[in-house]
Write a protein that binds this ligand. Structure first.
Ligand code: ADP
Ligand code: MG
Length: 261
């Protein structure tokens, strides 16, 4: 049975997409079968996995509106396969923004993705869902099928601001829509140990959230930022960079955590 994780944080630019594609590639590298779902109309996770969002025949939009199944809509990227880090991709582009509006009047609108993923459950060990920077109906669709939520955070002064909203949303989804939604894990990203404030915030996170904070810390690393322009996750673009190595370690940590779930 696949373990499903949302990568969510209603702030933009905090590292959700970078986390999603690199964790997907890292998990593939350690032998896990992975489906990456792009739930953001910006389609960055799609492009960052080497799939051209302007040339999609089918996408997650068609899946949400039930005009295609996941098996019909998923694609692969030849570049990832070449590197031995292949994962399946349920891609997104601007069309997805329309789904939000079109779904409002439909039945079971927050469970559409859950229903669709049910049909491919046996094909994967992990499903990773890259959420948009909002607590919208799209994010709700992600949370309704997830077993856990990974929250990438920068260790800055305002890091905890907004976390309360996300935690409340997760609690409500757990109470009303998805009893399986169990864990939330905070992932420290874009970390620069030379900055004292970042060290302090990192310690505060540990003190307050304990083992809900992942052990792995993702450093700020320019190779991770360069990789998307080549249509590759950093883990594929430059496996030996510090950033890529951290994501491979995070993939291993996730495999261990899932065994305990
Ligand atoms: P989000 O999906 O939350 O909007 P992104 O993953 O797109 O955030 O990251 C925002 C920007 O920060 C991107 O330009 C990305 O390349 C860069 N970035 C993300 N993580 C790192 C990192 N660890 N080191 C350096 N740059 C990073
Ligand atoms: Mg993003």
């Amino acid at each position: 049975m696949a373990k499903i994780f949302c990568i969510a944080n209603q702030k933009g630019g905090v590292g959700k997409t970078t986390t999603t594609v690199n964790l997907a590639a890292g998990l593939a590298k350690v032998g896990q079968r992975v489906l990456m779902v792009d739930l953001d109309p910006q389609g960055n996770a799609t492009m960052g996995s080497g799939v051209d969002k302007r040339k999609l025949e089918l996408s997650v939009y068609d899946v949400l509106l039930e005009s295609a199944s996941v098996s019909e809509a998923r694609v692969q990227s030849p570049k990832l396969a070449e590197a031995g880090c292949s994962y399946d991709i349920l891609a997104a582009n601007r069309e997805l923004a329309g789904a939000e509006v079109e779904m409002v009047s439909l039945e079971r609108r927050e469970k559409r993705l859950k229903t669709a993923l049910g049909a491919v459950d046996a094909d994967y060990d992990f499903v990773l869902i890259d959420c948009p920077p909002s607590l919208s109906l799209l994010t709700l669709n992600g949370l309704c099928c997830a077993h856990g939520v990974i929250v990438p955070m920068q260790c800055e002064y305002f890091a905890l601001e907004g976390l309360a909203d996300l935690v409340n949303t997760i609690k409500q989804v757990h109470a009303n829509l998805n009893k399986d939604l169990a864990i939330i894990g905070l992932l420290r990203v874009m970390f620069d140990p030379r900055i004292t404030l970042q060290q302090q915030v990192s310690e505060q996170l540990k003190a307050r959230f304990g083992d809900k904070v992942f052990n792995t810390v993702i450093p700020r690393n320019v190779r991770l930022a360069e990789a998307p322009s080549y249509g590759l996750p950093g883990v594929v673009f430059d496996l030996h960079s510090k950033g890529a190595q951290a994501f491979v370690a995070f993939a291993q940590e996730m495999v261990e955590r899932v065994q305990k779930m």
